[in-house]
Design a protein around this ligand. Structure first.
Ligand code: SAM
Ligand code: SF4
Ligand code: SF4
Length: 361
């Protein structure tokens, strides 16, 4: 369906940031209990997850996504909770893969998963039109991995999932490792060694103060700069150009006696959300499982799009509402935190923030 409101383009927020990326959370449930995201003490048996009727249906998600695409979104990432837990997720992928940008291009359609169900799902996702996969993996050491997912899930199943996705035809897979001092920072070098020579992009993510339940403290963050210096002692690395909309700085591996990166060896990336805020280039909107639109990972409040949908408004009204919300966007949480304008510990912040498992990473 063609876009109805071309006059909004380019759609810019108050800091001149365009709307280019949309993250869609398809479930608030997960089969892992990573302590930095869904600590067991909070997300226990009695946790009030959303009832099925509250979730956006695939048709509702696709209809909303179509409006975002008409307003400039070129990349959609499915996330959660664990997105592969949502029944028949490949049908949603199929619907989203049919959307086209205003100038007729297909979307960059990605998904972030903990990899636990990838062996079963990779082929169906590829056939449905998913273009890229990111797998979260915090350790190769089985004992550390089982402890971190807190569900005793073995690491070999995730590695098998990654291999299955590669043989299903997914190109360079991204592997996300959240690094926490004293928990898995000893696994940084083994991870880099293991994936060196495989066609993957291994990315180290600074542990973020997202949500209100993980008890984040600044001293648990290992700054990217420190990790890079450590890795440079073992690998000959060269910085790669930053891709548009990419939040990671990227480094390629060089072979001995060469200064150019050899892409076949894979690459490393660093997402320095805490030590080097990138709010000024943040072009991301987030849609929660129940259809709330959030403009920042650290927001306290969303904008209810589900009610609009269920009240039967037309596409023009939906697009106008989304465009107006984006035009008023001022969010730059990480930047304010690094300027010292927001307290550096979660407990010192009065308002309850959304959880990562609710909105997706
Ligand atoms: N369950 C899926 C997964 O783990 O890939 C998708 C959702 S998860 C919330 C998305 C990403 O957010 C994961 O890569 C996870 O490691 C990351 N994440 C969660 N909590 C985080 C935190 N406090 N700091 C940094 N990254 C975090
Ligand atoms: Fe689940 Fe992903 Fe959160 Fe871990 S990071 S608890 S896998 S949603
Ligand atoms: Fe974007 Fe908010 Fe993160 Fe800044 S803190 S980069 S505005 S999501």
């Amino acid at each position: 369906m063609p876009s109805t409101l071309q006059p909004f383009l380019p759609l810019l927020d108050t800091l001149n940031r365009p709307l280019h990326d949309l993250r869609i959370s398809v479930t608030d449930r997960c089969n892992f209990r990573c302590a930095y995201c869904m600590p067991k003490a909070v997300f226990g048996k009695d946790y009030p997850y959303l009832p099925h009727s509250a979730l956006l249906s695939f048709e509702e998600i696709t209809r909303l996504a179509r409006q975002f695409v008409a307003l400039g979104v070129r990349k959609i990432r499915l996330t959660g909770g664990e997105p592969l837990l949502r029944k028949n997720i490949e049908r949603l992928v199929e619907q989203l893969a049919m959307l086209r940008t205003p100038d007729g291009h297909p979307l960059d359609l990605a998904l972030t998963t903990n990899g636990s169900l990838l062996t079963q799902k990779a082929r169906a996702l590829k056939d449905a039109g998913l273009t890229r996969i990111t797998v979260s993996l915090d350790s190769l050491d089985d004992a550390t991995f089982r402890r971190m997912n807190d569900m005793d899930f073995p690491v070999h199943s995730v590695l098998e999932g990654i291999a299955t996705a590669q043989s299903a035809g997914f190109g360079r897979i991204k592997i996300n490792m959240v690094v926490q001092r004293g928990v898995n920072d000893h696994e940084v070098l083994p991870m880099a060694r293991y994936f060196h020579g495989h066609n993957v992009a291994l990315r180290f993510i600074e542990y973020m103060d997202v949500g209100s339940t993980n008890g984040w403290q600044a001293k648990q963050v290992v700054p990217s700069e420190q990790l890079l210096a450590q890795l440079q002692q073992h690998f000959h690395l060269t910085e790669l150009p930053r891709q548009s909309g990419e939040t990671a700085t990227r480094w390629g591996y060089c072979r001995t006696n060469s200064t150019g990166a050899d892409p076949s060896l894979g690459e490393l990336g660093f997402i320095s959300s805490v030590s080097q805020a990138f709010c000024r280039s943040c072009t991301r909107a987030r849609l929660s499982t129940e259809g709330q639109l959030y403009l920042c990972l650290f927001a306290h409040q969303g904008h209810d799009l589900r009610s609009l949908l269920r009240n039967g408004v037309d596409d023009t009204t939906l697009q106008t509402r989304i465009a107006t919300i984006w035009q008023q966007r001022q969010d730059r949480y990480s930047e304010l935190r690094s300027l010292g304008q927001i307290p550096n510990t979660v407990v010192d912040q009065p308002l309850r923030r959304i959880e990562m498992s609710y909105i997706g990473g």
